[in-house]
Design a protein around this ligand. Sequence first.
Ligand SMILES: [Zn+2]
Length: 464
Amino acid sequence: MSIETREKIRAHIKSFPARSSHYSRNQNPNKVYLSEELNVHLMWLLFLKQYENDQYVKYTSGKKHDMKPVVKYKYYSNIFLTEFNTGFGSPRSDTSLKCDQLQQQIENVKSDEELVNQKSNERRLHQSQADNGYTLLRRKSNEALGKNNFDMMTFDFQQNLPLPSLTSSDMFYSRMLWVYNFGVHNCNNGDGYMNIWHEGVAARGSSEVCSCLFKIIRNNTKRSPNLVLFSDGCVGQNKNKTVITFLQFLVENSFYRRIDHYFLYRGHTFLPNDRDFGLIEKRKKLTKATLVSDNVTMIEGSRISQPFVVNTIQTEDILDFKAVAERCMTKSTLKSNSGEKISLNDIHWFSYGQSDETNATHTSSITVDHGGEVWCRYSHNEMEAWKKVKIFKRGVTSISPPTAKYSGSVPIKTAKYQDLMKLFDKGLLNEETKRFYQALTHGNETRATDADDVDDNTVMDYDY
Ligand SMILES: [Zn+2]
């Protein structure tokens, strides 16, 4: 094969929009992902369609045996497999980072039996802790169902939904508009709230998480005094100073007397939200979406017995809880009252407002009010002593109310905007749809995403 042909194949592979994720950047820094609808064989056919159309026509008209392409499948796939570190589908962190790390460490010390044993024990302990978290979730869900001793919600983001959804081969070469869905599952009655917006409306960060939860809590007129929350322990999204400030804000403003926020172990977590999202994913396969409203209809129709409640989030709905956290909370690492540094990564339980505390011999327990302190534990074990943390900066006595995060819409990348416009030039989308996409603001300035606003499942457009 000539050098030019090889170059042409490489350029073709690079012409598909790729994504990377925070998770894959930790695990396998150079790995990128193409659309889950693609595979190497389909890419090769698209290559033929572009450069050797007579061969492509033979393929699609059932004359495969007559084909004599210059670029055979074998050549194309060889370059793809040997020169690119590229996968298909979504780089979601389905596996546990800790398990992966321990597995690697065990392999690294293979020759040392003692070290292998030590690491294997560590892994067993981690797995049993993860199991305990899941057992706790099930127990609390059973307690909550059909009763109102306490409010209980679990929450998570669904995988990003690309818009428009793929309908023709031209779509494979185009960057898409990301649509976010933040799901909140009410464990008292099984309701599912789906909060949906696209990347031109708001980001996918901690202030967005808090704003969606706040809206649901404010609208709930039959609140119990206590709230129980479960989420995975992703530091960027759910376990950070922004969320701590928000939950403390709820207690201070008497939305709840007591809030317990439990974190499950990533990769061992199966939240009720995953079941909700599974139903939506199934429905998605049967749906062509060109506008956000198509996604709304799709989500509303994905659970028949108890349809999901869909909130379309607007830019002005997002409150800047992150800025509130910066005003009120210390910038440095959290420290307990006894001077111990708190490792956010290891925390699996935050308690706000009020907590139960046992005496040293665990013979009795009392309820303690702890207004300005957040209490935390590294496990889900009620026997573990609380780590008590004063969260406010010196001079701050209460949490100031949040203001709007955005003053206008969020610009999408210019390259993405141009890709979307090209779909119209090709006549793939109608006029009504065109107006929506044309109105998107765009620019090349990098968005102000703070490191701790990036969660493991954030999928980013990747430029080669
Ligand atoms: Zn694990």
